[in-house]
Write a protein that binds this ligand. Structure first.
Ligand code: PMV
Length: 304
């Protein structure tokens, strides 16, 4: 049985696609998968009731194309039935597609006895899957799915683990609005093409927030970190990536005592995160989010 986790981007989404740094943290939930021999290849995904036959044609569904591309990474294409169990919502900014791709790949590797593949090789091979869904992925989701932890990521570079002086507690709230990462990344690309100087300035602003947030985490200054997350959210809003519902959720979380709140992942719907100091504030944030009919869960970083 293989496992790959989801992730929450603390700061730096979108600018990370353009080579700027981002901070991210693994979730304690993701995707489990197992592969067994079969007459023809099939991918079953629960709880979606999806039965996916690999198909590389342009007319096929993204999951069919992604599965076909992963199978094609093997010297001898295996015939396998992969059963995957997904624990995170899809299209919500928590890296669901990357976790599914990595779990499927690792399950097939286990089945064919390819256990010695290096981390870098698994990430590179899993990106063939992620490109089907994201077009131009920075690689942050796939990298975190393969190498979990709290870390700083920069496109094309190895992960830098971040040592948190105090554990980070987040409430992750789901707006229930589906969001397509590919579409949001393309929207930012259009803005970038129209006015590169303005967008680069915004990205530089976000990069400065990321650098400061790393120091705040290392020093255990969570109040500072919360403010930096709020500022990052404002810049993402300036890129038109927030929605009325995400705004409402972030405001409710701050009102309930969160140190900071922001959208996480691609935006345009999906999830937000709120940084909380303790369980009592977490409960208050969760009850405010429930009042908005939003589901939520808690996640905590481990001290490294
Ligand atoms: O929506 P998610 O979970 O796939 O996160 C996307 C993060 C982006 O920075 C918007 C895109 C990327 O590839 O880094």
């Amino acid at each position: 049985m293989s496992y790959a986790g989801g992730k929450a981007i603390l700061l730096g989404e979108h600018s990370v696609v353009y080579g700027h740094p981002a901070l991210a943290m693994s979730l304690d939930r993701g995707v489990h998968a197992a592969a067994k021999s079969a007459p023809t290849s099939l991918l079953s995904v629960a709880p979606w009731n999806a039965e996916i036959v690999p198909d590389d044609r342009d007319t096929a569904l993204p999951l069919q194309r992604a599965f076909a591309k992963v199978l094609a990474t093997y010297a001898e294409v295996p015939r396998v039935h992969v059963e995957a169990q997904v624990q995170i919502p899809a299209g919500s900014g928590l890296g669901c597609s990357a976790a599914l791709g990595v779990a499927v790949l690792k399950a097939i590797d286990e089945f064919v006895g390819l256990n010695a593949a290096s981390t870098a090789t698994v990430i590179e091979r899993s990106l063939v899957w992620e490109r089907v869904f994201h077009g131009n992925p920075s690689g942050i989701d796939s990298t975190l799915a393969v190498s979990p932890g709290l870390c700083m990521f920069r496109r094309g570079e190895a992960l830098t683990p971040v040592r948190a002086r105090k554990p980070l507690r987040l409430v992750v709230g789901d707006s229930g609005e589906p969001s397509a990462t590919r579409g949001m990344v393309e929207e930012v690309a259009r803005q970038h093409a129209r006015n590169p100087a303005r967008i680069e300035k915004l990205f530089e602003g976000i990069a400065a927030l990321v650098t400061n947030a790393k120091m705040s985490i290392e020093q255990g200054d969570l109040k500072d970190l919360g403010k930096l997350m709020d500022l990052n959210h404002a810049l993402l809003n300036a890129l038109m990536l927030s929605t009325a519902r995400l705004e409402e959720m972030c405001a409710a979380a701050r009102h309930a005592g969160a140190l900071g709140a922001k959208l996480t992942g691609a935006g345009g719907g999906g999830c937000m995160i709120a940084l909380v100091e303790d369980d009592e504030i977490a409960s208050r944030v969760e009850s405010e989010l429930r009042a908005l009919s939003c589901t939520s869960f808690r996640v905590q970083s481990h001290l490294s």
